[in-house]
Design a protein around this ligand. Structure first.
Ligand code: ZN
Ligand code: ZN
Length: 530
């Protein structure tokens, strides 16, 4: 189950802190640019953006913003070949993509040092003659439809943010009316698979509003700081990896989106934008998918060798050699020396926690820590190292001691684990009697005393009778009613020593379910000795 603590949820307006996005990364190869960019980054980092779904934008703007300045031409000794419209175009372009700062008086000097140097930066990026003037080649590139993410980045080296997990969820919010929904779904899926094939990443479609990457078709001002500009110009933009808006990808719905060659090919633009959503910057190589301008790429061969090298550098495939370290028995296996994930990270959360035999299992993404109840050693590694049948993350898990059986749930399926073996094939979650609309749960816990298993999803929970093998009457109920004091989504739950322990974000609440109140709280990873 995903950590929802810092994410949007349907029906709620959460303020999201915009930081560490692709759009606000300082460029390391120019002091002047860095300073300018830091101004921007600091402005960004002071802005709380209400989410798209809320349709309200709250701005606390202490620094420069992206509104175009009043264009006041300075009188010059030589006549200007470019009409005002070109200067306006160039100014907007350089402000958006090369971080040209507003003149304090709102004027624009075409011949000013800042303007000229930004023109040169742009000309260098696109391999044009570096004249510092708005010649016809330069203006032609400036008029080309392109990605909305700035170019003032260190483009030739991998840097900055990445997702700290290999399974990334996405969800399509608002659709375009240019294409049937099923076509949009399949083009978006194909665009993700371009990157999945070149890396260790897996993309999983989710129908919730709190997926890692929210895909939206929007127009003009749409709730972030980067309004779209109508037809042509900016086609789309994406935020780099991170919580909140991190990873979110927006397409300008003023464009004509197609699955073919007319208009703008959604598959090609989406694949480019998802590169940003994974942490990649613009490339100046026209062969690269991460080149900022729209090009009719060969859909069968989108990635250049540079794109492949860059995504591999960020997300190197690790599954191959780790699978060489297979073991079927964690109870007698040796300690795994690999520290693939930092169990003591301050904000560590778990997807699922369960007793299994005489150990406690902690699941996070595709990773597993096993803490023996009577010993201090902790084994760890990819889940598939211990349970070769399971190649996915685990959303929820529970242990029924009477049967010495654990149940591991991933979305709408679950596995049964007995002893140290996964028994048979995965079965459908609907086996427990959920209504059809329940396709995943957040957490599950079995209470031996009542012989009930509780399943938690969002803000509701069900009670399943293990004796009668049916859901108890009167469920689902609100978690806040059944468990006063718990007001957020639950990541994981486990029953121990007569208490239920609820893992919520990086914390764990000790809950007395007979007295119905929280009796203690500690760091989740204190259970792993941190
Ligand atoms: Zn881009
Ligand atoms: Zn946007």
């Amino acid at each position: 189950m995903r950590d929802l603590t810092n994410r949007r949820s349907p029906g709620f307006c959460l303020g999201t802190f915009v930081s560490n996005t692709t759009l606000s990364k300082p460029t390391p190869n120019s002091i002047a640019l860095s300073e300018a960019f830091l101004g921007f980054a600091s402005a960004m980092s002071h802005m709380y953006v209400m989410l798209l779904s809320c349709c309200v934008l709250v701005l606390l703007v202490p620094g420069p913003c992206f509104t175009a300045p009043t264009v006041t031409l300075e009188e010059e000794s030589t006549p200007t070949p470019e009409p005002h419209v070109d200067l306006k175009l160039a100014t907007d372009y350089l402000q958006q993509y090369y971080n040209l700062k507003n003149d304090p008086l709102g004027r624009i000097k075409r011949s000013g040092p800042s303007f000229t140097s930004k023109v040169k930066d742009m000309q260098i990026f696109f391999g044009l003659n570096v004249t510092g003037t708005l010649d016809s080649d330069t203006l032609e590139v400036m008029r080309s439809p392109r990605c909305g993410v700035p170019d003032v980045e260190e483009y030739s080296h991998i840097q900055g943010m990445r997702w700290n997990k290999n399974v990334i969820t996405y969800s399509i919010g608002r659709y375009t009316r240019d294409l049937p929904r099923s076509t949009v779904d399949s083009l978006i899926e194909s665009a993700f698979s371009v990157w999945a094939r070149a890396s260790s990443l897996t993309f999983v479609r989710s129908n919730t509003h709190n997926a890692d990457i929210m895909v939206e078709f929007v127009t003009y001002a749409h709730g972030d700081l980067f309004p779209f500009d109508g037809p042509r110009g900016t086609l789309a933009h994406a935020f780099g990896p991170g919580s909140g808006v991190g990873g979110d990808t927006h397409f300008d719905d003023s464009e004509h989106w197609t699955a073919g060659e007319a208009g703008f090919n959604l598959f090609v633009v989406a694949a480019h934008e998802f590169g940003h959503a994974l942490g990649l910057k613009h490339s100046r190589n026209p062969e690269s998918l991460m080149y900022p301008n729209y090009k009719a790429f060969n859909p069968a061969n989108l990635l250049s060798s540079e794109d492949v090298a860059n995504i591999k550098a960020l997300y190197s495939p690790v599954r191959g050699h780790l699978n060489n370290v297979l073991t079927n028995s964690w109870l007698f296996g040796s300690l795994f020396p690999r520290l693939m994930q930092d169990k003591c990270a301050a904000d560590l959360t778990f997807d699922a926690v369960s007793t299994l035999g005489d150990a406690t299992f902690f699941f996070r993404e595709r990773y597993l820590w096993i803490k023996h109840n009577q010993r201090d050693d902790i084994k760890e590694g990819p889940i598939s190292n211990f349970m070769p049948k399971i190649e996915t993350s685990i959303d929820a898990a529970f242990w029924v001691p009477r049967r010495s059986t654990a149940y591991l749930i991933h979305e709408s399926i679950f596995w049964t684990v007995k002893g140290s073996r996964v028994k048979g094939k995965a079965r459908k979650l609907s086996h427990f009697g959920f209504p059809v609309w329940v396709q995943e749960v957040d957490a599950a816990v079995h209470i031996p005393k009542t012989r009930r298993t509780l399943f938690f999803a969002h803000d509701i929970y069900w009670s399943y009778s293990e004796n009668r093998k049916v859901m108890d009457f009167g469920y689902p109920k609100y978690i806040s009613e059944g468990f006063p004091g718990l007001n957020s989504t639950i990541n994981a739950a486990i029953h121990k020593d007569g208490f239920i322990y609820f893992f919520v974000g990086p914390q764990v609440y000790k809950y007395d379910y007979t007295q119905k109140h929280v009796v203690g709280v500690e760091k989740a990873n204190s259970w792993l000795g941190c």
